[in-house]
Design a protein around this ligand. Structure first.
Ligand code: R5P
Length: 270
């Protein structure tokens, strides 16, 4: 692997082999998502606890201080919207690799929609993106997306999607956690796997439990947004999740960190 590629991957995946990516890219098809109406405000208190942020060029330029030193994962696919839910799988490449370099991105990311009518186009888009990214030493992260079909997220489907993304050259794959058989998803994918959070769930503990379990089963960490920044206590949330990822905290210990930070006691992850 060339120096540039290794260096960029090292900016994202920490020396302990783990990663906490903070995505704020949701507006690219959802519009002004709840609590992400002003992305610059949303990330202000929590950015320092993330290893990287994932976002589009529009939000990067308009809402992130360029003296920010967090690595950038630039979302480079899109072209669809929630107004046409049945066409969410028709994403194309929206942003060039040249633009990613201009923005000093550490990686680019794009969605593939395995099993959807436009599976073929999105997989070829990933292949073309990887061809270009490899030329410049920029890792491509594949997002195994399901559009509005959240019920698709079982181990068999996720293993299929992750493996295909890795076969086409993604250096990192983002997928969903599933309770049954997640170890098979990770085992079948030869590159690091990070987990998305999905829509906000009812309790913090549910998040801590799935992050913990996913890591025990081989995931290197998360690319987790709504369950952090839609929380009423986003700092407590990200610090608790960080403790699971980088300090091997159990869900119970993470819950305690959450409660402590929430109540102002402040014990927490590094
Ligand atoms: C989807 O809108 C984006 O690709 C997100 O980056 C991804 O779904 C992870 O965010 P969340 O944890 O909110 O699902």
């Amino acid at each position: 692997m060339d120096w540039g590629m290794r260096n960029r991957l090292a900016q994202l995946i920490q020396p302990d082999g783990r990663a906490l990516f903070l995505p704020i890219d949701h507006g690219y098809f959802q519009g002004p998502t709840h609590k992400l109406e002003k992305p610059g405000e949303t990330i202000k208190p929590i950015l320092s606890y993330a290893d990287a942020i994932m976002l589009t060029r529009g939000i990067l330029r308009s809402s992130v201080d360029p003296t920010n030193t967090k690595p950038i994962i630039l979302r480079v696919s899109g072209g669809t919207s929630m107004a046409r839910k049945e066409e969410l799988d028709q994403e194309g490449i929206t942003t060039s690799v040249k633009e990613a370099i201009r923005l000093n991105a550490s990686a680019v990311s794009m969605s593939v929609f395995v099993g959807s009518p436009h599976e073929h186009e999105t997989l070829l888009n990933l292949s073309s993106l990887v061809n270009e990214c490899e030329e410049y030493g920029i890792p491509a992260m594949a997002v195994t997306a399901v559009g509005a079909e959240l019920e698709k997220r079982d181990a068999r489907y996720l293993a299929l999607a992750c493996r295909i993304a890795a076969e086409l050259g993604a250096r990192v794959v983002k997928t969903y956690y599933c309770k049954e058989g997640f170890e098979k998803v990770v085992k079948g994918c030869p590159v690091p796997v990070v987990m998305a959070g999905g829509p906000k769930v009812d309790t913090e503990l549910e998040v801590f439990e799935f992050v913990y379990d996913g890591i025990q089963k081989g995931s290197i960490g998360v690319n987790l947004g709504r369950n952090i920044w839609q929380s009423d206590y986003p700092v407590a949330m990200i610090r608790a999740i960080r403790s699971i990822i980088h300090e091997n905290a159990t869900p119970k210990e993470a819950q305690q960190i959450f409660e402590d930070v929430k109540s102002g006691k402040g014990r927490g992850a590094r």
